[in-house]
Ligand binder design. Structure first.
Ligand SMILES: Nc1ncnc2c1ncn2[C@@H]1O[C@H](COP(=O)(O)OP(=O)(O)OP(=O)(O)O)[C@@H](O)[C@H]1O
Ligand SMILES: C[C@H](N)[C@H](N)CCCCCC(=O)O
Ligand SMILES: [Mg+2]
Length: 238
């Protein structure tokens, strides 16, 4: 396997955080890995009026504890960047800069020439339109990438997770892993009883219906300055 697609049950579920930490842990296992962002919306213009490197790529490198790479500086890791923080099909239309999916495929292929593994992070969830013609999941299906799905213990996550799994199955794709992110485990967003039950339910559901898929857990970071906890990976992960 040389490309893993990292998606999630929604936007802001922790895909960037999960992608960066997965890459860091894989590097520690000796894997030559790089991350890519399918398309980034919501980028602020720089002083020169241009759109800079995708925020999620910058976050990946910080989590991987490495500087920006040449493939970041020349935008191979995220060719399409848009200002409006919206679905890519809308952001691209507003910018009058249509997204050509072949450019993204070529970028992934170029990265695969230099790295053993590419972790490709999507924008939002699986059915987000990349452009007017193509949903994210249809592109993944075209490429046949296995999927890592990030979820959480927020009330509603069970339904969103199972719907995502159904959609993946309906395209004949492989669910490689589900990552439970403890991002929403606090008194304001989710009570502990619900979060613990969500973990138990999803883990049992995965074991029953997708026995080959890995179940991984991401700890909640105390604050943005605290040390980020590593993600524990089985040696059989790739
Ligand atoms: N385990 C965690 N503990 C604390 N904060 C977290 C955790 N996971 C994610 N976050 C924070 O939650 C916010 C949303 O996470 P993130 O940016 O990874 O979402 P995303 O799924 O990548 O969204 P997008 O669809 O925009 O790419 C970020 O500020 C991130 O730092
Ligand atoms: C701007 C945001 N953070 C994401 N990058 C894009 C999320 C698109 C979601 C579209 C939708 O599901 O309605
Ligand atoms: Mg992200």
């Amino acid at each position: 396997m040389s490309v893993l697609f990292v998606s999630g049950i929604d936007t802001d579920i922790g895909k960037t955080y999960a992608t960066g930490l997965l890459a860091k842990s894989l590097m520690q296992q000796g894997v030559n890995v790089i991350t890519q962002k399918l398309v980034q919306t919501g980028i602020s213009k720089q002083a020169d009026g241009e759109l800079g490197i995708a925020d999620d790529i910058v976050s990946h490198r910080q989590l991987m504890q490495m500087p920006l790479q040449p493939c970041d500086l020349d935008f191979t890791t995220c060719p399409y960047r848009y200002e409006k923080p919206a679905s890519p099909h809308l952001s691209a239309a507003l910018a009058n800069q249509p997204l050509n999916i072949n450019v993204i495929t070529d970028a992934t292929n170029a990265l695969q020439a230099d790295y053993e593994l590419v972790l490709l992070e999507g924008a939002g969830g699986l059915l987000v339109p990349i452009n007017e013609q193509l949903l994210t999941l249809d592109y993944i299906a075209k490429q046949g990438y296995p999927i890592v799905l990030v979820t959480s213990g927020r009330l509603g996550s069970i339904n969103h997770t199972l719907l995502s799994l159904e959609a993946i199955k309906s395209r004949g794709l492989m669910i490689h892993s589900v990552i439970y992110n403890h991002i929403h485990d606090d008194a304001e967003q989710t009570d502990a009883e619900i979060a613990n039950s969500t973990i138990d339910f999803l883990q049992a559901y995965l074991a029953c219906h997708y026995p080959k898929a890995h179940w991984l857990v991401l700890a909640k970071q105390a604050n943005e300055h605290s040390d980020v906890a590593d993600i524990a990976l089985p040696t059989t992960f790739i």
